[in-house]
Write a protein that binds this ligand. Structure first.
Ligand code: FAD
Length: 461
């Protein structure tokens, strides 16, 4: 790229928001560049979704093989880490290939705004200015660091926790949200003694207790201890351990482990050298950028997507917003509609939710009918020896349109897409009940729960 050439679209950040925005932008015929200061593919590919799911899959295989011989543990974990890195490299290579193939220019370095139409990109030993007509900000987020528990030594963020060279003997996790539970269960399956400290009165706050119950049962079976109502205060480290002090019911307690992992949320990357102040773009008190229904910020030719905008910090939310923003810049009437964004936790059993829960619907004054069917009598679940959990359908009482669904159970992550499609298309419970689902499959549980919500069955199984 020559120094003062003006491009149509500058995308800053190459995570699932940025790279998808760049691809869509190029597909729509716009001259597009994507800038990345770290690794192409962003958090999701390198230190988030992909490595965590690779290690989780390895921990399941490890548990299944029951290879708990200490002498082999380090070798097994070494090969699990090597497998994870292979998966990450393939995924990152795929992203790079797609971008190049679509004609997107990849610029390595850190972008800072100089003015509303110019960015300075500082790479290793290089500097260049890029002029742009439009920009899409997709700078993502980083782990929140607690001032009393700064990362380093024996105090880990999720990034370090995914790259340990050995299986820790013991691990304290501060924060019982989805990342804490996924990583905690993963290490428990590798044989680590895991304790999760959660400030709220239940782990996985935000999910209905009936949904979390099968997960909590399995966590217990995997040897995970969960301490709720526990607020971490300080920590002391030695060369090989950490002692964490916390309060519970106004009592001071402490716990010692090889490592402490802090997973208390993520902070948007809207500070630092980005220079939003130079283009007059404000952020909220949480550092988020406000956008309209197309992702447009207060500076109309600059868009923001992904973890730096409101809503759940999820890769598919970022990619979805990315397509809308690129299409909006191309003049298309695309708009964001958040009603069918699935949330998935890759625990055992998996937990997935889309749309409204029964409680949320009632809080909004919507009269609902529900249907619930368990995996315990499903032939495929029996064959897989994974019978814990259920599918719950929430439908509008008058129209029977599906407005929400929750699944806890085997392959919930895959099954939830059918229900996201149902909500997206305005399908009724009867539509799903009348759809022939192959036998024997886990999807039949969705059909049965829908039959109940549609009023075709009189009793909950
Ligand atoms: P990011 O992926 O954070 O990418 C932003 C990129 O911008 C980064 O590469 C950064 O280096 C770059 N950047 C920042 N500032 C600049 C700058 N000034 N110049 C140039 N480049 C810059 N989500 C799911 O949907 N499913 C999951 O299973 C899942 N698992 C997760 C597990 C873990 C352990 C973690 C930490 C997260 C997980 N997430 C998951 C969340 C998911 O990773 C994020 O929601 C997603 O990566 C956000 O995408 P993004 O494009 O907004 O930003």
């Amino acid at each position: 790229m020559s120094q003062h050439e003006t491009i149509d679209n500058l995308v800053i950040g190459s995570g699932p928001g940025g790279y998808v925005a760049a691809l869509r932008s190029a597909q729509l015929g716009m001259k597009t560049a994507v800038v990345e200061r770290n690794q192409i593919g962003g958090v999701c590919t390198h230190v988030g979704c992909i490595p965590s799911k690779a290690l989780i899959a390895e921990s399941h295989r490890y548990q299944l093989l029951n290879q708990r011989n200490n002498a082999n543990d380090s070798l097994i974990f070494e090969s699990a880490q090597a497998f994870k890195q292979g998966v990450v490299n393939k995924q990152a290579g795929g992203v790079r290939f797609l971008l190049k193939n679509a004609g997107v220019q990849i610029v390595e370095g850190e972008a800072s705004f100089i003015d509303e139409h110019t960015a300075l990109i500082k790479g290793a030993g290089s500097e260049q200015y890029i002029s742009f007509k439009n920009a899409i900000l997709a700078t993502g987020s980083r782990p929140i660091e607690l001032p009393a528990l700064p990362f380093g030594g024996r105090i880990l963020s999720s990034t370090e926790a995914l790259s340990l060279s050995h299986i820790p003997g013991s691990l304290i996790i501060i924060g019982g949200g989805y990342i804490g539970v996924e990583l905690g269960q993963m290490y428990a399956k590798f044989g680590t003694k895991v304790t999760i400290l959660e400030g709220a009165e239940q782990a996985l706050p935000g999910f209905e207790p009936e949904l979390t119950a099968p997960v909590l049962k399995q966590l217990k079976a995997d040897g995970v201890t969960i301490i709720t109502g526990a607020i971490a205060s300080t920590a002391e480290q030695t060369a090989d351990s950490v002692t964490l002090h916390y309060s519970q019911n106004q009592k001071q307690q402490f716990i010692q482990a090889d490592y402490a992992l802090v997973t208390v949320g993520r902070k948007p990357n809207t500070d630092g050298n980005l220079g939003l102040e130079r283009i007059g773009l404000p952020v909220t008190s949480r550092g988020l950028i406000e956008t309209d229904e197309q992702g447009r910020t207060a500076v109309p030719h600059i868009f923001a997507i992904g973890d730096i905008t409101a809503g759940p910090a999820l890769a598919h939310k970022a990619s979805y917003e990315a397509k809308v923003a690129a299409e909006a810049i191309a003049g298309q009437p695309s708009t964001i509609d958040y009603k069918a964004i699935p949330l998935v936790m890759f625990s055992e059993p998996e937990l997935a939710s889309v749309g409204l829960s029964e409680t949320e619907a009632k809080a909004k004054g919507i009269a609902v009918v529900t249907g619930k069917s368990p995996f315990s009598i499903n032939g495929r679940a029996l064959a897989l020896q994974a019978t814990d959990g259920f599918v719950k359908i929430v439908a509008d009482e008058a129209s029977k349109a599906i407005i929400g669904a929750q699944i806890v159970g085997v392959e919930a992550s895959t099954l939830i897409s059918e229900l996201a499609l149902a909500i997206e298309m305005g399908a009724t419970a009867e539509d799903l009940a009348l759809t022939i689902h192959p036998h024997p499959t886990l999807g039949e549980v969705i059909m049965e729960a829908s039959e109940q919500a549609a009023g075709k069955l009189t009793t909950n199984k």
